[in-house]
Design a protein around this ligand. Structure first.
Ligand code: BDR
Ligand code: CA
Length: 320
């Protein structure tokens, strides 16, 4: 039985690899993709999701239009230098995709009700949409959701958007704090884990020759663009970190990540805006058990790479 997953993302190159991975993994059943601002503007993010679903022949998966900006109302900064002018590196989704059917926010409630008790939420973009759900529908809105798998934060390592903060938490720190405080059964994948989830050019070269999936032509150009940006920022890096693939992989391969239970809070304002905070002292302050989040501390990167390759090489691609 596959896991039902409602995915929140902002494609973006590593988001796009995460979407492709999720569509190809036979043990994941994607029941909707919420596409919002983040790496690119919301409209572009929707287009990129539609393009990937179209390539996969999975137009049956509903796309939900997410937020256009953070709860603070601040204007948004995008990252074309990392993700490309349109979010897929040099790739431009075809113009024929202009008229994509896009659902509004209520569709999220519909999906939650449809998959009551058997739905995992994965969030690999800004946390705005999840926080908005609490704002719009109250603290019990997700009571029937099994678990939340979230890429965000950075523990005991530097940030990637500021000295202290990781991009998903920083870009809507208010939302990130709401979600970390109100959502239950959270599995968190911060930079201390995802920075190490490196895919090398050798792996991509191999897949771009051998992957029997409809995504094959995208793999190399999208990767090369993203890798170049990382090489510029981190000279000597051997590949590019696929942050957003980790949470999805961790659902079907739980042994890959080691967790530690701690309450996570997010600094909302000031110099340390977006910083994720947890008590890592040998004797941390006692917190109520329901407030504890499973923080990813380490991952088995060899297994990560092997599973990534297996999924992109599997031949029985098709509608699940
Ligand atoms: C996160 O920020 C985005 O740029 C990536 O897609 C990932 O979700 C990494 O900090
Ligand atoms: Ca992302």
């Amino acid at each position: 039985m596959a896991y039902n997953v409602l995915l929140f993302s902002d494609p973006g190159i590593d988001d796009s690899f995460a979407i492709m991975y999720a569509l190809l993994n036979p043990d994941l059943n994607i029941v909707g993709i919420v596409s919002g601002y983040g790496n690119t503007p919301k409209e572009q993010s929707v287009k990129n999701t539609a393009y990937l679903l179209d390539l996969a022949g999975r137009e049956d998966i509903p796309i939900i239009a997410g937020a256009a900006g953070p709860l603070s109302g601040e204007s948004v900064q995008f990252y074309p230098e990392i993700h490309g002018p349109e979010g897929l590196g040099p790739i431009k989704p075809p113009d024929s995709l202009q008229k994509v059917e896009v659902h509004d926010f209520n569709k999220i409630l519909e999906i939650i009700n449809e998959y009551k008790g058997d739905l995992i939420i994965v969030n690999v973009g800004r946390l705005t949409e999840l926080a908005l759900m609490f704002v719009l529908y109250g603290d019990n809105v997700f009571k029937d959701v099994t678990a939340f798998y979230i890429m965000g934060g950075a523990f005991l390592v530097p940030g990637n958007i500021s000295a202290e903060a990781e991009a998903n938490f920083y870009s809507d720190s208010i939302a990130a704090n709401i979600v970390m405080e109100k959502a239950h059964n959270i599995y968190l994948y911060p930079l201390n884990v995802t920075n190490k989830a490196i895919i090398t050019p050798e792996v991509i070269n191999y897949l771009s020759e051998n992957s029997p999936t409809p995504f094959r032509p995208l793999l190399k150009p999208a990767f090369d663009y993203y890798f170049k940006a990382y090489q510029k920022n981190i000279p000597g890096i051997k590949g590019a970190p696929f942050h957003d693939v980790i949470p999805l992989m961790a659902i079907t391969n739980p042994e890959i990540v080691r967790y530690i239970p701690r309450r996570v809070r997010v600094e909302e304002f000031g110099k340390a805006k977006g910083k994720s905070i947890a008590d890592f002292r040998p004797k941390p302050d006692k917190e109520p058990p329901e407030t504890l989040d499973n923080i990813g501390m380490e991952a088995d990167i060899q297994k990560f790479v092997i599973n990534f390759m297996e999924v992109f090489l599997q031949g029985d691609f098709g509608k699940k």
